[in-house]
Design a protein around this ligand. Sequence first.
Ligand code: ZN
Length: 371
Amino acid sequence: MDAYFPSTYEDSRARFLQSLSLIQQKWHSTQLETYPLKNFHGLSIDWLWAHAPKKETLVILSSAEHGIEGYVGYALMKIFIEEFAPRLDPENTGFLLIHGLNPWGMKHHRKVNENSVDLNRNFVFDGNFDSAINPEFHLVEKLINPQRRIESFGLESIRYWVGVIRTLIKPGMAVSTRASLLGQHHTPNGFFYGGTSHQEGTAVAMELYRRALEEYQSVIQIDMHTGYGPRYQMSIIMSPLDPMTSEETSKKFNYPLVLKINAQEFYDISGDMAAYYYKLRNKNFSDRHLFACGFEFGTFGSSLPARIRSLRAMVFENQLHWHGTKNARIVDQVRKEFDEFYFPSETKWREKALADGRQAFEGILHAYQLI
Ligand SMILES: [Zn+2]
């Protein structure tokens, strides 16, 4: 398994860079490009362009939009490079692999970036980071953003559960899910903070996505994520802006679980990457074909208790970051739970993640007649 799942950001990046020579055997002009973060020496966003002479289709894979999720993201990229790229036609199919959209978060095992911004809430198309998008946020703020130091894991868990029960009674499940996960642009220390300007990683991705549509007739984009959904079943998450329904997509790709980013099937998100990409295509490249999706590898599970535990992992990690604790054991407990939520250690989980990724690549590339 270690062959697939890197142990550090540096390890992942080194492995990614090593794949250049393998890809160049078939895509001779493959280029490596790098964007070093302005304020963090040794951290960069790196990508490989494998261009086809006839620019018909481009496949884009990206990892670590949510930093810590980049470890599983790299594993999937490796599978694509080793098992699927060799089956593509280098004459008319190119690909763009983006490693570490949020390298700071990946290195420090955080989901957000160095400015506490969730990049998947930061792809605001019109540049209007509207602080009014999530008026219900304050209804859940006490639960998801406690303003205190963690004195004891047990005591804090009890307080969390009391908060959960209170929130489930009022404002209730639907409102609290929406208010927690939609994103917001006013509370930097509250999570799912979408920032007030485009972040470095977001700007890099936006520029690459524009170049992709300028150059290729058809673009298929897949962004790697972990955390949401059933424990042993990856979900393909697609934008509500795509005209296909999730049922149609599931059939087309011969893949069992496809969900749209909306309140009925997944949850609502404001400022997500896929929506940005469809808006860009619709506005400036209406003659191009685009399919943009995410692979979302579920970890704790999708039952109500599992979702409550998932939220607790996020709340405690954020609380620890902002308010700290005096007790080193609590740091370990909180960090371990957070790591398990986004990068599970269980071999069975990792094997199934790879198997699901293979199945989805096979289905998608086959559906577009690329393999
Ligand atoms: Zn994610």
